[in-house]
Design a protein around this ligand. Structure first.
Ligand code: HNI
Length: 147
């Protein structure tokens, strides 16, 4: 089981209380789809993903960004049990959606960049380290049902 320090727990709660969560999901998913265009292949039913402006203005991207952040908040509320909390989500991404798990790291990097942009000077190395650890556990849990 992953051990969390008091600092990490407090910092993670703090990040998620300060950041605009809807904007986080929307902007991070937009960045992922623009910067790593092969990730668009999983979102064929989202319609127009033709260029950066189309992706940013696509309401389905915004809505799905919220869904992804909802997943992160669920992990945050279950820090000691993320693997079990994500069991079904991992099966879904693996067996139904067939998402290449390398893409989890790409989205995580986009999440980090958007959090950094929103927090500015408050995004110290220690804060980044706590977020990075959290996202690593989230990604490992999403990968868990892949075989
Ligand atoms: Ni992901 C659906 C959470 C990374 C492609 N994803 C979901 C759902 C959640 C979720 C929650 C909704 C599940 C349900 O309906 O029961 N996804 C997460 C999280 C991460 C992540 C927390 C990583 C931080 N997903 C990714 C990545 C891709 C991805 C990197 C592809 C590049 N996810 C999808 C697709 C769907 C999806 C595709 C289905 C969308 C839909 O509307 O059908």
């Amino acid at each position: 089981m992953v051990q969390w320090t008091d600092f990490e727990c407090t910092t993670l709660q703090d990040i998620f209380s300060k950041v605009d969560l809807d904007a986080l999901g929307h902007q991070a998913l937009t960045r992922c789809l623009v910067v790593y265009p092969w990730t668009q292949r999983y979102f064929g039913k989202f319609g127009n993903l033709y260029n950066a402006a189309a992706i940013l203005g696509n309401p389905m991207v915004a809505a799905h960004g919220k869904v992804v952040v909802g997943g992160l908040v669920k992990a945050l509320k279950n820090l000691d049990n993320i693997k079990e909390t994500y069991a079904e989500l991992s099966v879904l991404h693996s067996e139904k959606l067939h998402v290449d798990p390398d893409n989890f790291n790409l989205l995580a990097d986009c999440i980090t960049i958007v959090v950094a942009a929103q927090l500015g000077a408050a995004f110290t190395p220690d804060v980044q380290a706590a977020l990075q650890k959290f996202l690593a556990v989230v990604n490992a849990s999403l990968r868990r049902q892949y075989h």
